[in-house]
Write a protein that binds this ligand. Structure first.
Ligand SMILES: NC(=O)C1=CN([C@@H]2O[C@H](COP(=O)(O)OP(=O)(O)OC[C@H]3O[C@@H](n4cnc5c(N)ncnc54)[C@H](OP(=O)(O)O)[C@@H]3O)[C@@H](O)[C@H]2O)C=CC1
Ligand SMILES: O=C(O)C1=N[C@H](C(=O)O)C[C@H](O)C1
Length: 243
């Protein structure tokens, strides 16, 4: 397999995990300027932990190269996903997994939030990360908000109660599908998220913490081992799990 963004925080943790894993062989470590097309016939699977600006182009190049793609890089929007789905439909032999978070605690937190969302009048998401993170809100928070919004829509819930009439720009966070998402950047943190769901008189808080990037590795290795058996484009590691 190949790692794109191999010198980065996640890339270097991933190369170490792959080297220590049974049945996986690390054949290429790519950085900025390296040619993804050169992976044709060299790697059967590649994992992308690069930067939001380049990850979509990397996935298109991997599809062209016939290399299964596991994508951890965030910053995806509906348009980019649509372009990748269209391209992937021309390569039905290739699997693509785009997973905003590989940590089991985060995958479960997202699932729990979507299960709970239909029962609560209000829901807001607060994500907290290290200050070197490039994108806000985090991919995990966006995915969480999408799940909450979909569950609320399916349950026929309307807009959340909020009488805010004036506010400084950003004070109520970003609006993701009608769910307010707040981003904190704090030295010393790695990756954390809290989901608040409330009704009059009660509050449910769901929290996930990644204190170390090793927390992502079981999910990364699962994805790398499974992606070839799951052609097409899948979003979220939960699509690979029997939840
Ligand atoms: N899905 C998940 O579970 C997780 C996802 N992430 C996401 O993964 C991404 C990477 O995070 P992180 O490792 O912390 O970031 P880093 O900045 O540490 O690493 C990114 C790496 O990508 C390299 N890079 C930049 N441009 C290219 C390019 N064109 N081709 C190949 N490599 C390139 C950078 O090289 P250089 O430094 O030389 O510019 C750097 O080594 C982020 O989007 C983050 O949100 C993070 C943690 C978990
Ligand atoms: O940049 C990070 O560090 C992380 N990025 C992902 C995200 O944007 O959700 C996953 C995790 O939160 C760590």
């Amino acid at each position: 397999m190949a790692v794109l963004g191999a010198a980065g925080r996640m890339g270097s943790t991933t190369t170490a995990a792959v080297r220590a894993a049974d049945g996986l062989e690390l054949v290429a470590e790519l950085g900025e300027g390296d040619d993804v097309a050169a992976l044709t016939g060299v790697a059967d699977v590649a994992i992308d932990f690069t930067v939001p600006e380049v990850t979509e182009a990397n996935v298109h190049a991997l599809l062209d190269a016939g290399v299964h793609a596991v994508v951890g890089t965030t910053g995806w929007d509906a348009a980019a996903l649509g372009r990748v789905r269209a391209h992937a439909s021309t390569r039905p032999d290739v699997g693509v997994l785009i997973a905003p978070n590989f940590a089991l605690s985060a995958v479960l937190a997202m699932r729990f939030a979507s299960v709970a969302a239909r029962y609560f009048a209000s829901a807001e998401v607060v994500e907290m990360h290290h200050p070197r993170k490039l994108d806000a809100p985090s991919g995990t928070a966006v995915h969480t908000a999408h799940g909450i919004a979909a569950a609320r829509a399916e349950a026929g819930l309307g807009a959340m109660p909020d009488a805010t009439a004036t506010s400084l720009p950003g004070a109520r966070g970003a609006d993701v599908d009608g769910v307010n998402v707040h981003s904190l950047r704090l030295a010393g943190l790695v990756a954390h998220e809290q989901i608040f769901l409330s009704n009059p008189g009660e509050l449910l808080t769901i929290r996930t913490d990644s204190f170390d990037r090793v927390s992502f590795m079981p999910g990364v290795l699962l994805a790398v081992r499974e992606v070839a058996a799951r052609p097409g484009v899948h979003v979220g590691l939960d699509t690979y799990l029997d939840l």
